[in-house]
Write a protein that binds this ligand. Sequence first.
Ligand SMILES: *[C@@H]1O[C@H](CO)[C@@H](O)[C@H](O)[C@H]1NC(C)=O
Length: 148
Amino acid sequence: MIFSVRFFTVTLLLGAVLFDGICRAEETFSKNQLKAAVNECNDTYFLSQKSWDSVFTTGSLDDEKDLVAKCFFECVLLQTGAMDDKGTINSDVTKAVFLASHDGTAVDGHGELIDMCVPGRVETDTCEKAYALVKCVTVEELSRRQAR
Ligand SMILES: *[C@@H]1O[C@H](CO)[C@@H](O)[C@H](O)[C@H]1NC(C)=O
């Protein structure tokens, strides 16, 4: 009896460890996975290279009224699981996605930026929300880089 209880406990523990491992594995994102999502989303919601560059060098789109471009970011966040279709953001997945977008090399305190930008997301439209998240993180990141 004692033996079987113990065995059961060990099995549970092992199960928990394995399950934890699987969950963590899901939160690492490869550059190729991100590229695949970007390409797929670009087919649906076209985002020009110029607009892409603009977002990641200035923090915003040239045309802030371009809803298709904003929905491109929504699409990428949905595809990667960083956001669900109700607009709920998963911070851990978002961190993994941003990390993959930086070739896996972490920018100083990049996780912090996401923790800072997620709670402020009050946008009701999920395209606006996704774009605002990318914008918030990028603007913060750019200003930290400049401050260095
Ligand atoms: C979207 O596709 C166009 C045309 O193939 C390409 O020039 C552009 O770089 C792509 N955008 C992104 C964000 O990859």
